[in-house]
Design a protein around this ligand. Structure first.
Ligand SMILES: [Zn+2]
Length: 461
């Protein structure tokens, strides 16, 4: 924890509240000015243009940006602009990994941007080194415009009162007394602490959701699933309708989606994005995940079966261009011809299956993903995590609710046997809580397996 956060945590609540409101106003002013509204208008208009016009917009933006990078960015100076005329020409550039960018970070920066033209962005760095890099203020507006288009399409407005459940360290983790939230009036939101969501505090959270008439819940799926579970165990109710729930930052696991939707009686929508802003994928009202083609150039590189590696090129961040950045994430496309009745003509992916490191390796080195399916019918699991220390072995960590019984354990064992048979040895461990990783994020799969053969296999998946 940084020194400034430690100092902030020592302040009385009213000063914390003042600081957060001040920061909220500052961010609001920087992010949502007139130029942002113009951008959002253009993003909204592009949801109804023809497929040809949409891809033409993407390709022209892309080529212009590659030419800019060749002219201005040391890492790309060796390339010739004449070689880049179409989307397909993008493949003439090498794939970038986070490691390559990290090791050559100065080579990706534009000399024409000063610190005051940019904000600083961070990747979480949960595996390997994280990145700290500049994002131009214009690129930041593009990012928020594409997110607000997604929200507007779902019926969310700027004025919709939002309860946020992410990992912001708004309060000291040792704080015992409410309020466990901070009001950010500038953005019309209440930021709830994800670190104090506990059986002893749940009534305070629900009282606040009722008091402030929150209509839209947004946050990490792990936090919202825990909120739903604690609320149902304590038999507490929201006295008004929660209109919509959106999640981000972590993969939305099937059991979490079921839990949240059944508790709040509303649909959970999901979107995929990353700090590097090279790809954005948004769920529409019909439940389809659309690639935001006009935000960045996305390559879905076929791996095996219906799995595709997600590679993205952002064409807005002139301060730090990332061309052909390998996100390390994998998308499943079950039906390439699937179209959506919404007006947006862009590719649809069935699901985003998480990162390469979200796999468990069987005794024959075969990686298995989407293990959240093991828990899909286990309604009495509060939290679950799978930990792998050695190939062919795994530890299932479970926080049970009061109704969890032997029948649930039997169901889980039978699911594991059905999917992985004798290729995995496992034990089930019951815990009081599961530790989170940096910024309060929860990781469903935790792996300490480090083996070069494995890495190669994972690359192929
Ligand atoms: Zn759609």
């Amino acid at each position: 924890m940084s020194k400034s956060i430690q100092l902030y945590h020592k302040l009385p609540y009213f000063l914390k509240q003042l600081i957060c409101s001040y920061e909220g106003k500052k961010i609001q002013k920087r992010r949502y000015d007139d130029s942002f509204l113009q951008l959002l208008k253009k993003y909204n208009e592009r949801t109804t243009i023809s497929k040809e016009d949409l891809y033409q917009f993407r390709d022209e933006s892309l080529i212009k940006f590659i030419h800019y990078a060749i002219d201005n960015i040391p890492f790309y100076k060796k390339y010739n602009k004449n070689d880049f005329k179409t989307f397909e020409d993008l493949s003439k550039l090498p794939l970038l990994t986070k490691e390559t960018v990290h090791n050559n970070i100065e080579q990706f920066k534009s000399a024409s941007y000063s610190q005051s033209d940019c904000i600083t962005s961070h990747t979480s760095g949960t595996t390997g080194a994280g990145l700290v890099f500049p994002v131009s203020k214009v690129a930041e507006k593009h990012q928020w415009a594409v997110w607000w288009r997604y929200r507007n399409n779902l019926g969310i407005k700027f004025k919709t009162k939002c309860g946020i459940f992410t990992g912001q360290p708004i309060l000291n983790p040792t704080e015992k007394n409410p309020p466990f939230w901070i009001l950010n009036n500038a953005n019309n939101e209440i930021i709830f602490s994800g670190y104090h969501l506990h059986v002893n505090n749940i009534a305070h959270y629900i009282n606040a959701i009722n008091k402030y008439k929150i209509e839209w819940l947004h946050g990490y799926p792990s936090n919202l699933a825990l909120l739903a579970k604690l609320m149902s165990e304590a038999n507490l109710n929201i006295n008004h309708k929660i209109k919509i729930i959106t999640t981000g930052a972590e993969s939305l696991l099937m059991y979490q989606k079921n839990l949240i939707e059944s508790q709040f009686q509303t649909t959970v929508y999901n979107h995929y994005g990353l700090a590097e802003a090279v790809v954005n994928i948004s769920e529409c009202k019909n439940g389809n995940l659309h690639v935001d083609e006009d935000f960045s150039a996305v390559e879905l590189q076929h791996l095996e079966g219906n799995r595709y590696k997600i590679i993205g090129t952002n064409y807005h961040n002139s301060a730090f261009p990332l061309l052909r950045y390998d996100t390390g994430d994998i998308a499943t496309i079950e039906n390439e011809k699937l179209s959506c009745s919404c007006s947006y003509h862009c590719r649809i992916v069935t699901s985003i299956d998480g990162r390469k490191e979200d796999y468990i390796y069987l005794s024959d080195n075969v990686p298995i993903g989407r293990l959240d399916h093991l828990f899909k019918d286990l309604v009495h699991v509060k939290q679950a995590q799978i930990y792998q220390k050695e190939i062919g072995k795994m530890e299932i960590r479970i926080v049970k609710d009061t109704l969890y019984s032997n029948a649930d354990e039997k169901k889980l064992i039978s699911e594991i046997n059905m999917r992985m048979g004798s290729k995995i040895e496992f034990k089930i461990l019951y815990l009081d809580e599961i530790k989170k990783i940096s910024r309060g994020k929860f990781r469903f799969i935790l792996s300490d397996v480090k083996n070069n053969n494995i890495k190669e296999m994972a690359e192929n998946y």
